[in-house]
Design a protein. Structure first.
Length: 116
């Protein structure tokens, strides 16, 4: 198993877990209310669930991996913007930054592999 495979699987599982949390957790209801984005909570969670599933299914169909990783990178860029706008701590902001960079790298690598 390569580092690329491991990181992709890790990101996929992380988004499945976190997406479920966003949809079903009362703590996330409060967090999205704090952001002023309560109406987007379920949509965000569903997009994270679909993206996480897309990363894992992307092992079987490379274009899905590329699309899912790019979509998650964009979603995390938006999440990073929200965290910065809210002036959250570095500790609260780091997951969005790390996941944005990781998924951008996954999308780029998948894009390169598509060209081969």
């Amino acid at each position: 198993m390569t580092l690329f495979t491991e990181l992709t699987a890790l990101s996929g599982v992380a988004f499945l877990v976190y997406g479920a949390s966003v949809v079903f957790s009362n703590a996330m209801v409060e967090e999205f209310e704090r952001f002023g984005l309560a109406r987007f909570r379920v949509l965000t969670g569903v997009l994270e669930l679909l993206g996480g599933a897309g990363l894992l299914l992307g092992f079987l169909y490379l274009p899905l991996l590329c699309f899912s990783a790019a979509g998650l990178a964009l979603l995390m860029l938006l999440g990073l913007g929200v965290r910065l706008r809210m002036r959250d701590s570095v500790l609260l902001t780091m997951p969005a930054l790390v996941l944005m960079i990781l998924n951008a790298m996954i999308a780029y690598e998948a894009w390169l592999r598509l060209g081969r």
